[in-house]
Design a protein around this ligand. Structure first.
Ligand code: PLP
Length: 390
């Protein structure tokens, strides 16, 4: 049976408490709190005012596929054709569709933990088998070549790398990416690398995001990239994601979309087209990035000063992954991270997501995609909550 998305469940409970009038400070949501760039909103309004809204072609509006192909070509440093790009209803949908059309029963998919909550269930949806490979805090929560080598088998179809990763924010620098690519080419030459680049524009502190396609020239034919507008343009509700894959895979995925969603919503595609092509959007993206940079620093300093919250400074995304093992287990008031997160929400009105949801018990994920006042109040409230513990 598929599990409920734990991050969405925590956010839903936080929203429920808010609706009851409680002053919840919510760090559970995985979405930017900004308006999208003004040109996006203007394009949508103009479109819906001036014509009826019809179905778009199943793989996406040609103009949007071309714009995404141009952006992929620029970023990944190789020509990209429209046929290699599929527009879906969010990167989540791109991933689910990809697994459904590429996996055969029993195919294995290597997923480093802590992992984004949906990967494993999406693999199961495609009849595949998730192979969870733990990463270590000492390694900055990055998959290491030896651990990858040990996890690969003749049945491995994909290795999934979030770059940067949700929930830890860990990114993959070029040398590590190269080392992982070498292992893949040597041990499982038929397997593919799936790079989830949804947070690639949200990196900080000198971390440089590199294209896996450019970095791993030897296995470039076996790299599939998922990307989208949700996080970097603050367009989560528009639900537009992109798949960059060989034309054969895009065509199969498009056929599946044809029988499931009929493609992504036309209005949302118009919005995404404006995001990718209107030159004014870049400044808005930079402004959001600057706000995230400031918030990350504030949260690292604020939470770093609290007792028993140990954090590896993240390379990207907008999460802090805190080790709370000193506050849970025998001799404490909480059985585990779930009990701790539940207490924080229900008693202290601070919304977080327990690490168990990401395959890493003993941790909490806090999203700093929240207003500055919420962050300030949250650090204070967390400080009081922790100070009250034995
Ligand atoms: N990949 C990762 C790692 C994410 O954290 C998310 C959203 O939380 C997604 C993909 C999905 O993004 P979208 O909103 O485009 O479906």
């Amino acid at each position: 049976m598929l599990s409920e998305s734990p991050t969405l469940a925590m956010s839903a409970r936080a929203k429920e408490l808010k609706a009851q009038g409680e002053e919840v400070l919510d760090f559970s949501a995985g979405e930017p709190d900004f308006h999208p760039p003004a040109a996006v909103t203007a394009a949508v309004i103009d479109y819906v005012r001036t014509r009826p809204v019809h179905y778009a072609p199943v793989p996406g509006l040609p103009a949007l596929r071309d714009a995404a192909a141009a952006e992929f070509a620029r970023y990944h440093g190789r020509p990209v054709t429209r046929g290699e790009v599929l527009v879906s209803c969010g990167a989540k949908h791109s991933l689910a569709t990809l697994f459904m059309v590429t996996l055969s029963p029993g195919d294995e998919v290597v997923i480093p933990a802590p992992y984004w909550v949906s990967y494993a269930d999406m693999v199961r949806l495609g009849d595949g088998v998730p192979v969870i490979v733990p990463t270590r805090r000492e390694d900055g929560w990055r998959l290491q070549p030896e651990a990858l080598a040990a996890a690969l088998t003749p049945k491995t179809r994909f290795i999934v790398l979030g770059n940067p990763t949700n929930p830890t924010g860990a990114g993959y620098p070029a040398p590590l990416l190269r080392a992982l690519g070498e292992v893949m080419a040597r041990v499982a030459p038929n397997c593919w690398l799936l790079v989830d680049d949804i947070y690639r524009r949200l990196v900080y502190g000198g971390f440089e995001h590199v294209s896996a396609i450019t970095t791993l020239a030897d296995v470039t034919e076996q790299i599939v990239v998922v990307d989208g507008v949700s996080k970097s343009y603050s367009m989560t509700g528009y639900r537009i994601g992109f798949l960059l894959a060989p034309a054969k895979v895009v065509s199969a995925a498009s056929r599946l979309q044809g029988h499931t969603t009929s493609g992504a919503a036309t209005v949302s595609q118009i919005a995404a087209l404006a995001a990718l092509t209107d030159p004014s959007c870049e400044a808005a993206v930079q402004d959001m990035h600057a706000a995230f940079t400031r918030r990350r620093e504030f949260m690292l300093a604020g939470l770093g000063a609290l007792p028993g919250l140990d954090i590896v400074a993240p390379d990207g995304a907008f999460y802090l992954f805190c080790d709370i093992s000193r506050h849970i287990g025998p001799g404490t008031q909480f059985a585990d991270d779930i009990a701790f997160a539940t207490w924080l929400l229900e008693q202290k009105l601070v919304g977080t997501v327990p690490g168990t949801a990401f395959g890493a018990p003993g941790h909490l994920r806090l999203s700093y995609a929240a207003a500055d006042e919420t962050l300030r109040g949250g650090v204070e409230r967390l400080g009081e909550a922790l100070a009250g513990l034995p």
